[in-house]
Structures are given as structure tokens and as C-alpha cells.
Design a protein around this ligand. Structure first.
Ligand SMILES: Cc1ncc(COP(=O)(O)OP(=O)(O)O)c(N)n1
Ligand SMILES: Cc1nc(C(=O)O)sc1CCOP(=O)(O)O
Ligand SMILES: [Mg+2]
Length: 207
């Protein structure tokens, strides 16, 4: 499976009251991956929303990824994204199986990416590349980590952090396969604008 394209990430505050229509608009514009990212402890709502997103992703043939929560990903039979403090990758891979998409946050450290590759990650994520209102305190990254990753790894490269239609092109030129975006996509005023942006991101990746 070739992982390349737009990777939309949900945000509970930004998408409050409009999660499903805005996600469907993004899927209509074309998503490779959709990440359900909800940092709350409301397990019942998380399950309900994740199930609804899984249904949408099936209809549009996109892959759903759950942030942080290996058990929820296993329960739904979908993918998982793990940060450096979210638990080890090897048992998550054993839990979810060989086919599951599992991503790993590697900040700007090639050693973390090489370790993730050894432990069976499906993609490695680097960031943050720009100012991010979603996660302002995330460690920063520069383009040279993408050059290093291209030279040393044989895995899809995901980029994240403040990515917009205006600043994404250099990331693609330096080898990004997956553009992971919250505000630059879902910060739009209308579902129609979400769809337009999703199409434009895909055009940047020429897919
Ligand atoms: C695609 C992608 N890349 C990085 C992250 C960040 O993961 P993490 O460092 O665990 O931070 P939280 O998102 O859990 O706050 C991500 N979620 N997705
Ligand atoms: C969830 C997350 N992780 C990051 C990292 O660098 O690891 S940046 C980030 C926020 C991405 O949202 P936006 O596109 O709105 O900046
Ligand atoms: Mg995390």
C-alpha cells in the first residue's frame, strides 16, 4: 500500500458541532488518511465519533487512524498514531496486526525514525515545520530532516505542524509523502471551502 496524499487530522474544539460534515467535505476532496484526534477522556463519545468516522472512511475508501489509543484502534480494526510518550510501537503492532497502518512521531530526530522503522512503523512523522495554533509547543523541525529521512529510510514521510496551502510546496519538494493538516484544512468557513482546500493539497502532491 502506497501511503501518499493529504492526511486530515480532526480537532475537537475546531470541529465542535460540525465534525461529520467537515470530515465528509474533506473526504470528498480526497484524503489518503484521516486521524481522529480527541484528547478528552469521554470514552463513550470517542467511541461513537470514531465509529461514525470509520463508516465515512469506508464509503470514501480512506484509512482511519486513531491518535494515541491502541485499544480503540484495535476495537475498530483501524490504524494508530503513536507519539514518543504514547507507549511502545512493538506491542501495538502485535495487537493490531501486520496490515495495520501505524505511524510514529519522530519530531526532528532521524534516530527516532530509524528506531520506528525497525519496530515496524508504516510511516514516520516529522514536525512541527511552522507555527501551529493546534499544538504551539511542539518541537520544531527544518527541511534538512526530510533530506536525511529520504536518504536513510524506505518509509513514507509525513510532515506536520502549521501546514497550509501557501507553505506546503517546499515540504513536498523535499520528499514529504503525507501532508498532515488540522487548521490549514478544517479552519475553513464552510464545507465547500474544506473540499476546495483538500483538492488543492492533493494537487500539490500531484495525485
Ligand atoms: C501525523 C501525526 N504526526 C504527529 C502527531 C503528534 O503526535 P504526539 O506527539 O503523540 O502528539 P499528540 O497528537 O498526541 O498531541 C500526530 N498526532 N499525528
Ligand atoms: C498534533 C500535532 N503534532 C505536531 C508535531 O509537531 O508533532 S504539530 C501538531 C498540530 C497540527 O495541527 P495544525 O495543522 O493545525 O498545525
Ligand atoms: Mg500522542
Amino acid at each position: 500500500m502506497k501511503l501518499r496524499g493529504l492526511y486530515a487530522i480532526t480537532d475537537s474544539q475546531l470541529l465542535a458541532g460540525k465534525l461529520l460534515p467537515f470530515v465528509e467535505a474533506a473526504l470528498d476532496g480526497g484524503l489518503a488518511l484521516l486521524q481522529y484526534r480527541d484528547k478528552s477522556t469521554d470514552d463513550a463519545r470517542r467511541l461513537r465519533e470514531a465509529e461514525a468516522l470509520r463508516g465515512l472512511c469506508e464509503r470514501y475508501k480512506a484509512h482511519l487512524i486513531i491518535n494515541d489509543d491502541a485499544e480503540l484502534a484495535a476495537r475498530l480494526g483501524v490504524g494508530l498514531h503513536l507519539g514518543q510518550t504514547d507507549g511502545p510501537l512493538t506491542p501495538a503492532r502485535a495487537l493490531l496486526g501486520r496490515q495495520a497502518i501505524i505511524g510514529s512521531t519522530c519530531h526532528s530526530q532521524i534516530e527516532l525514525a530509524e528506531q520506528a522503522a525497525r519496530e515496524g512503523a508504516s510511516y514516520v512523522a516529522f514536525g512541527r515545520f511552522f507555527n501551529s495554533s493546534t499544538k504551539p509547543g511542539a518541537p520544531t523541525a527544518t527541511l534538512d530532516i526530510l533530506d536525511q529521512a529520504r536518504a536513510r529510510l524506505n518509509l513514507p514521510i509525513c510532515v506536520i505542524g502549521g501546514i497550509t496551502l501557501e507553505n506546503a510546496a517546499p515540504l513536498v519538494a523535499h520528499g514529504a509523502d503525507l501532508l498532515a493538516v488540522v487548521h490549514g484544512l478544517f479552519g475553513a468557513e464552510s464545507p465547500q471551502e474544506v473540499t476546495r482546500r483538500a483538492r488543492a493539497f492533493n494537487d500539490l502532491l500531484s495525485i
